[in-house]
Design a protein around this ligand. Structure first.
Ligand SMILES: NC(=O)C1=CN([C@@H]2O[C@H](COP(=O)(O)OP(=O)(O)OC[C@H]3O[C@@H](n4cnc5c(N)ncnc54)[C@H](OP(=O)(O)O)[C@@H]3O)[C@@H](O)[C@H]2O)C=CC1
Ligand SMILES: CCCCCC/C=C/C(=O)O
Length: 495
């Protein structure tokens, strides 16, 4: 494990709530610690928003929506401002990448080449769509004609997790900004720093005060207040299925606001005998270990057909053992620490449950070093479908390897989960590819690739992985309301 050398600390410039265009203290005056998972040490104290601050932020967002210029300017104007915002994110790549790396233990190199530019990319994608929001003409069957108008839904509440802090921020904020909504965003308590920095850049780009508010705080106070607020018109959420359920309850108890819920997953990766084993091993590693397994679309149930199973296992173990676990700021590190102590202990307890349930540890299984929240890339074999490690979302670097014989068996076992977020298929046989990709009930199916995505590729869950879409034009529909406008029509030559 590489942790030698002095730990790098980015400059922390923004730690207050961002409400109505200003950085302010919480009304209560409270702050909370954000922790460096490399060491467990405090990075900074951040203002702790709660219900009172959420109320202020929603008031500001409401005013900006009901009377402000943002929803009333042309889509082209909004798009230009969003493009400036994206350029500013690009210009501050180094600082933003360092904030996510230190707050979440993410690889600095990945933040620089993927998370931060991907976030600017999300803004640009939706900036380009801002002046292309069209309805339909309705040739009605009676003496009327009409058209549909797509209007911004209003004040949007964003509640995001800690595994992709800036990327999640951009996924929720970009479509909402493009259509003219205003936003109150609560970042995860573990990772508030990049969202606050982005709020500062949004102001510099010219986004009017009140349009984008960022209120760090805890889920049970700030998050719950946002989900229950009578003046919030939509919640965009990513996180656990358990909290998704609480948000639905909060909506049902308050104003029945619609929701987009991107929840947990336990995705299968199905590898057939005809696959190139080296490619399959690479894809399995990407599926299970990317972002230390802290990704909702992790493909951590790896089903391998019996003909190549032994060769695959040998190569998968070699590959896992070659990964360098260590300081995410080092260029040669492949895997950083889990986000916090709770997540670290949760992953280790799943590993323990795998052992006691009778799975065989092929590699890994322990923490790395004695400081910080580092865990070895871990592979279990002899995993049964009903073991906890095969059923639950672990959110850590743990691969469950399972052998199968027939395509039908693979499909049945792949679908034997309450989740349905993603899946992967590795084969050169087009018929198997078609059969499997249509049979697995999940929101995205990757064939001979994994985690391949982009702003134009919508994704959202089946089953208990949620509903609603992130990315693509579908995400715009999530923050729009469709209105039908009808007028009588006289003296028409036909109906
Ligand atoms: N689908 C995904 O991408 C993710 C899935 N998970 C799964 O969830 C597990 C637990 O992680 P955790 O961080 O607790 O995820 P949560 O689902 O608890 O957190 C997601 C967001 O919801 C907020 N939140 C928590 N409780 C409420 C509430 N009652 N009302 C409104 N908002 C709330 C959190 O606030 P706070 O900041 O206080 O936690 C955070 O901002 C992980 O181990 C993993 O399995 C986690 C993260 C992402
Ligand atoms: C296929 C889309 C890739 C999005 C990656 C962001 C992670 C999402 C999550 O973990 O919830």
């Amino acid at each position: 494990m590489s942790t030698e050398g002095k730990m790098k600390m980015p400059d922390i410039k923004f730690t207050k709530l961002f409400i109505d265009g200003e950085f302010v203290d919480a009304i209560s005056g409270k702050t909370f610690e954000t922790i460096d998972p490399r060491s467990g040490e405090v990075i900074a104290r951040v203002a702790e928003g709660d219900m009172a601050d959420i109320n202020l932020a929603v008031k500001s967002a409401r005013e900006a929506f009901d009377h402000g210029e943002w929803p009333r300017m042309s889509g082209a104007q909004r798009g230009r401002i969003m493009m400036r915002f994206a350029d500013l994110i690009d210009e501050h790549t180094d600082e933003l990448a360092a904030l996510d790396a230190i707050d979440a233990g993410k690889l600095l190199s990945m933040c620089k080449i993927a998370d931060v530019p991907g976030s600017a990319g999300n803004l640009r994608y939706y900036a380009g769509a801002a002046d292309k929001i069209h309805g339909e003409t309705l040739k009605m069957t009676m003496n009327y004609q009409g058209y549909t108008l797509k209007e911004p839904i209003g004040v949007v509440g964003g509640i995001i997790p800690w595994n992709f802090p800036i990327f999640m921020f951009s996924m929720k904020v970009s479509p909402a900004l493009a259509v003219g909504c205003t936003i109150v965003l609560k970042p995860a308590e573990q990772t508030p720093l990049s969202a606050l920095y982005c709020a500062h850049l949004a102001k510099e780009a010219g986004i009017p005060d009140g349009v984008l508010n960022v209120v760090p705080g805890f889920g049970s106070t700030a998050g719950s207040a946002l989900a229950s607020h009578m003046d919030v018109d939509k919640i965009l959420f990513t996180g656990s299925t358990e909290v998704g359920r609480k948000i639905m309850e909060a909506s049902a108890r308050s104003n029945l606001k619609p929701l987009s819920l991107e929840l947990g997953g336990k995705s299968p990766l199905v590898i057939f005998d005809d696959a190139d084993v080296d490619m399959a091993t690479n894809l399995a590693q990407i599926a299970s270990f990317t972002n230390k397994g802290e990704i909702c679309i992790a493909g951590s149930r790896v089903f391998v057909q019996e003909g190549i199973y032994d060769e695959f296992l040998k190569k998968a173990v070699e590959k896992a053992e070659s990964l360098k676990v260590g300081d995410p700021f080092h260029v040669d590190t492949n895997q950083g620490p889990q986000v916090d102590k709770i997540q670290f202990q949760k992953v280790l307890s799943y590993i323990e449950s795998g052992r006691t349930d009778g799975a065989t540890l092929a590699t890994g299984g322990s923490r790395c070093g004695d400081k910080g929240y580092y865990i070895q890339p871990t592979i279990f074999t002899d995993v049964k479908d009903d073991m906890m490690i095969a059923k639950d979302e672990i959110f850590g670097p743990v691969m469950s390897l399972m052998k199968f014989k027939t395509t039908e068996e693979a499909i049945e076992r792949a679908n034997d989960t309450k989740y349905g977020l993603a899946a992967g298929v590795v084969t050169n046989d087009i018929n198997i590819m078609n059969q499997v990709s249509r049979s697995i009930r999940a929101g995205v199916i990757w064939v001979n690739c994994y985690l391949a995505s982009g702003p134009d590729c919508p994704f959202g869950g089946y089953k208990m992985s949620g509903f609603g879409s992130d990315q693509g034009m579908d995400a715009l529909d999530g923050v729009l309301k469709k209105k039908s406008i009808v007028t009588p029509i006289y003296k028409t030559p036909w109906l």
